[in-house]
Design a protein around this ligand. Structure first.
Ligand SMILES: O=C(O)CCC(=O)N[C@@H](CCC(=O)O)C(=O)O
Ligand SMILES: [Zn+2]
Length: 327
């Protein structure tokens, strides 16, 4: 049984850098970057699945590793070209979100203004790997990128997805699949950002989503059964859309990002507690944050919901997103 993750954690690779079996060819394009190409693709297109862009978000890393084991053991069919990425091996080994800088802020040129660090080099390597992978699809047919994460705090909708701002219309079958994967809410960005999913959406014209599958916990502490629906949906997508979970009775709620709270300095104060769950609603006029004598208040007449509130981010970084519901 191949345990690719264990090989990465121990530095004793579980696989030769390239090889083949009766049904597929595999090639390691860099540490934690594994290309799996079926001998006879059952469907056109390319699929990129990443996890561990944040090294302490362990459940998605374990799920992706299980899928790799099943694929290499012949228990999971690969129907289309597949690229599996364990995003930040150094941070995964240390069990931290990042080593020097949050890598999910460093794609699409957002790293250019910062001093180089391991994460900026890794982001460049991942950009190159996904671009090559996409470029090698002879038909340039549909490409999906599913970037698997878990959130720092609890959420009123524990499983949700964030879709980058896109110049293309929403893709109904992609949105349908996200609901079948168990996501209870979808958040639509309105502005570009330095995330991996934004890069693949814009540069590769992929259907991309950052999937938040629960709460971030250390290795060994995840109740992997909580992730069964997402795991089953991923397995089905890899296998050519057979046995995809059913459409949920309640479709995911749709939210749009209306504004970002940004911490610019030391006296930033967020008017929320460390236990305020994601998607908490605030009525119009509520003071959300204060800094340098200026306050940010809820502006929308129907109120706003907060996502990823975090007063401890680096200066200049996102300290929260404010959402309104699309009704
Ligand atoms: O829980 C948190 O505060 C952060 C969870 C997380 O890592 N979320 C992603 C979202 C990326 C996106 O907006 O698509 C991130 O912050 O990078
Ligand atoms: Zn994350």
């Amino acid at each position: 049984m191949t345990d690719y993750l264990q090989g990465m954690l121990t530095g004793q690779p579980a696989l030769p850098p390239q090889g083949e079996n009766a049904v597929l060819f595999w090639r390691e394009k860099g540490e934690g970057i594994l290309e799996l190409i079926p001998r006879t693709p059952r469907q056109p297109g390319s699929l990129i699945i990443s996890a561990g862009i944040h090294g302490n978000e362990t459940a998605p890393i374990e799920i992706l590793n299980q899928l790799v084991t099943e694929i290499l053991g012949g228990e999971c069919v690969v129907a289309q070209r597949l690229l599996v990425i364990f995003g930040n091996p150094a941070a995964i080994r240390q069990g931290v979100r990042f080593v020097d800088y949050d890598m999910n802020r460093l794609f699409s040129g957002y790293r250019d203004k910062l001093p180089p660090c391991d994460e900026s080099q890794r982001a460049a390597q991942l950009e190159q790997a996904v671009s090559e992978f996409r470029g090698q699809d002879p038909a340039q047919s549909v490409c999906w990128h599913l970037d698997l994460h878990t959130a720092i705090r609890g959420s009123l909708y524990p499983k949700f997805g964030l879709l980058p701002a896109s110049p293309r219309p929403r893709n109904a079958s992609f949105i349908d699949w996200l609901g079948r994967a168990g996501l209870e809410a979808l958040v639509f960005h309105q502005a570009p950002g330095g995330t991996f999913s934004h890069f693949t959406c814009h540069t590769l014209a992929a259907e991309s989503c950052t999937l938040e599958l629960g709460k971030a916990l250390p290795f060994g502490c995840n109740a992997l059964a909580d992730f069964d629906c997402a795991r089953q949906a991923l397995r089905a997508r890899i296998g050519g859309d057979t046995e995809t979970p059913a459409t949920p009775d309640t479709p995911p709620r749709h939210f749009r990002v209306v504004r970002q709270l940004t911490r610019t300095g030391a006296d930033f104060h967020l008017h929320m507690s460390d236990t305020t769950p994601n998607f908490t609603w605030f009525p119009p006029g509520t003071i959300l944050s204060e800094e340098g004598g200026r306050s940010e208040r809820v502006l929308h007449p129907e109120g706003e919901r907060v996502l990823f509130p975090n007063p401890r981010v680096a200066y200049g970084q996102r300290a929260g997103l404010m959402l309104e519901e699309e009704l």
